[in-house]
Design a binder for this molecule. Sequence first.
Ligand SMILES: [Zn+2]
Length: 114
Amino acid sequence: MHEVSIAQEIIEIVKDYLPDGNGISVKSVKVDVGDFSNILPEALTFGFEVLTDNSGMKGAELIINKIPLTVNCINCNYISTLDEPLFFCKKCKSPNVEILTGTELKVTEIELND
Ligand SMILES: [Zn+2]
């Protein structure tokens, strides 16, 4: 389950952003997860919960914002939103497409408790 190591990376990123000092606790962490990033949101949430329990971030909530897979057609410039990773243009059926979104994994927001 590689989601656990991804959860670990997210926690490291959050810790890097946190100001030093006692009494700071993380309320929630928002992440963008692409539909084609090969990450199971449920597994990522589970891994995050397990790891935060042991990292001084107990109670922090992981909020996952799923990003759909979209591709831009090199042929006709049409942007398709794909439900499955079948890489072709929905308009002209060309397989000559570039991925725009759907592969990302990034922390977008960290909310602290007062
Ligand atoms: Zn096209």
